[in-house]
Design a protein around this ligand. Structure first.
Ligand SMILES: Cc1ncc(COP(=O)(O)O)c(C=O)c1O
Length: 357
């Protein structure tokens, strides 16, 4: 009996992919690479968490529908609980959405550069992915996007706003225009929405093709892995069919309910990061040899006149980890720094200035 070689058992679409790579980190580094919140939980919140986690029944499966968390999120988002699908991070929801909607050969469109998982997940499922270049300063290029939508007739369009890794936004008017020409679904990914102080949620009422993605990762709860999708309940029911029943574990559900019920701290931290973003933007823009790009998120993309790889290494050598994006098409010599605490940002500016001297 002849049998295929081991790698012949893997789909060609998958063989051609490069795995998502998270930066390796060390406890002694100032970690400004992953768009996390820099603020740990207060001792009071840690105690509240300990008390709640102590009551979790680990010998039972989690609540399959995460009803308590669903209710708390629905109240926060002012939406109906049945309009929500909850995911193990919003990453998982991107995967579920494509699984529920798109057949091999169908097309996914997004501006480029953008969050790399749209392309990776689409291609892994045998879909086509077309990135439509943003403008020279990474501003939206609406005519190009509309032309591509009319030509390619994508099943799904992903619009991250603010966009990762560029930080820019699509205006509400632009998104409405895109929804006007889209033959399929328009997914507005608001993972960084809280830092922009804007949401397309109110448009769900009259736009049944609109789907909003959100995440708790960027507002201080990255370790819990909780994302959500808000859609017309008719669509939400269909996406629910491909969700694995126990995708959110009991500890994460419990912790998120406790922390969202005490959201004042989360909201205050968001405001602090926005203040720091403006301060960091001013300081970065004043460094000779640095070109910054506008950001409404909790990170800033910038280009260095010197080799981005060398600057990345020099900054890392001084104990600060940022994201090196130089290998992404269109982002030569570009680095992305997450907004940290005031002290972390000051240290970063100091080592970057030194690296560029
Ligand atoms: C635009 C965007 N969407 C979604 C995600 C996924 O976030 P999570 O899976 O942690 O919810 C990220 C993470 O970097 C992102 O940048």
């Amino acid at each position: 009996m002849t049998r295929p070689r081991l790698l012949d058992l893997i789909k060609p679409e998958v063989l051609n992919l490069t795995a998502y790579r998270a930066e390796e980190t060390r406890p002694d580094l100032i970690k400004l690479d992953a768009n996390e919140s820099p603020f740990p939980l207060s001792e009071e919140l840690r105690q509240a968490l300990r008390d709640a986690l102590d009551r979790v029944d680990v010998h039972r499966y989690p609540d399959a529908k995460a009803d308590q968390l669903r209710a708390v999120l629905a109240a926060r988002l002012q939406t109906a609980p049945e309009a929500l699908v909850l995911g193990n991070g919003s990453d998982e929801l991107i995967q579920l959405l494509l699984l529920a909607t798109s057949a091999p050969g169908e097309t996914v469109v997004a501006p480029a550069p953008t969050f790399s998982m749209y392309e990776l997940i689409a291609k892994a499922q045998g879909l086509r992915f077309d990135g439509v270049p943003l403008g020279p300063r990474f501003e939206p290029d609406l005519p190009a996007l509309i032309e591509a939508i009319e030509r390619l007739r994508p099943k799904i369009i992903f619009l991250a706003t603010p966009n990762n890794p560029t930080g820019g936004t699509f205006s509400e008017a632009d998104i409405v225009k895109i929804m006007g020409v889209a033959p399929g679904l328009v997914v507005v990914d608001e993972a960084y929405g809280p830092y922009a102080g804007r949401t397309m949620l109110p448009h769900l009422v009259d736009q049944e093709r609109l789907i909003i993605l959100g995440s708790l990762s960027k507002i201080g709860l990255a370790g819990l892995r909780i994302g959500y999708l808000v859609a017309h309940p008719t669509l939400a029911v269909e996406v629910e069919k491909v969700r694995l029943p126990f995708n959110l574990n009991s500890f994460s559900q419990t912790a998120a309910v406790v922390l969202l019920n005490r959201h004042e701290r989360i909201d205050a931290n968001i405001r602090e990061v926005v203040r720091e973003r403006e301060r960091l933007m001013d300081r970065l823009s004043a460094i000779p040899g640095v070109e910054t790009f506008p950001s409404a998120a909790n990170f800033i993309l910038f280009r260095t006149m010197r080799s981005g790889d060398q600057v990345f290494d020099a900054v890392l050598g001084q104990g600060v980890l940022v994201r090196n994006l130089g290998s992404v098409p269109g982002l030569q010599n570009c680095l992305r720094v997450t907004v940290g605490t005031r002290a972390e940002n000051d240290r970063f500016v100091e080592v970057l200035t030194k690296a560029l001297r």
